[in-house]
Design a binder for this molecule. Structure first.
Ligand code: SF4
Length: 234
């Protein structure tokens, strides 16, 4: 069983290199009560800029723990066109289904974007996750290999997946806590069913609701215009 946060904080002092990218010094993460955080130069390394200028004490508590969540992009479709969309690192399917991996584009006629498409070197296009035994086997394999405890359903917009409740049920049956990030687009039609079969929580990502946009900002309205191709590739 994992120790509680309180239990972890009272363990013996440990070294934390989480904000030292070059590894040249380590910070005593939890010094004695009342003592400020301390930085200890690592033998063989020159002092860092922070150490030279005496600014290596941010005074901000740092806690690092392993993330045991698996993000599952269950399909690509979405009815919004947010200008900051990372699309889970994959090219927008509606704009690339006719392209080869060497000619993927980050934006196209759909109005949607995938802001890292030019740099993340994805060589495949996203597809809809099937709610079948294969999905359960894949989840179980990843759970066991990486010691995972949670599946977070994403897209695109997960509530537009026609079998989102089935996928939720499979993930819950595999022993996962199941979460979802959604703009709520079809939530009224599917979230109750998802909750009934194991959906534990929803992070609502409501970036630019259309009525608000149309009254206040044309820029925001652009960010939320329905994509003409959004539902054509579920
Ligand atoms: S709602 Fe989410 S998935 Fe859809 S375009 Fe906006 S950021 Fe991307």
């Amino acid at each position: 069983m994992r120790p509680s946060r309180q239990a972890r904080d009272t363990r013996a002092p440990r070294r934390d290199t989480s904000n030292q990218l070059d590894g040249s010094s380590v910070r005593v993460a939890n010094p004695a009560p009342g003592d400020p955080p301390r930085w200890v130069p690592r033998p063989g390394y020159p002092p860092t800029i922070g150490e030279r200028h005496g600014t290596m004490n941010p005074g901000i508590p740092i806690h690092v723990e392993k993330d045991t969540t698996l993000r599952a992009k269950i399909h690509d479709s979405c009815g919004l066109t947010c200008t900051f969309c990372h699309n889970e690192g994959t090219p927008v399917l509606a704009d690339n289904h006719h392209r080869s991996a060497t000619s993927f584009v980050a934006s196209g006629p759909s109005g949607r974007v995938s802001i890292y498409a030019a740099t993340n070197r994805a060589t495949f296009l996203p597809a809809a996750m099937p709610d079948n035994a294969e999905f359960g086997i894949a989840l179980a394999s990843l759970r066991d290999a990486l010691d995972l405890s949670e599946v977070h359903l994403t897209g695109g917009e997960p509530t537009l997946h026609p079998a989102v409740a089935g996928l939720t049920k499979i993930a819950a049956a595999a022993g996962f806590r199941v979460g979802m990030t959604s703009n709520g687009e079809r939530g009224d039609q599917v979230l109750a069913d998802c909750a009934a079969v194991g959906l534990d929580r929803v992070n609502f990502s409501i970036s630019a609701p259309p009525p608000l946009n149309s009254r206040r900002s044309s820029t925001r309205a652009t960010a939320s215009q329905p994509s003409p191709n959004a539902r054509s590739t579920p």
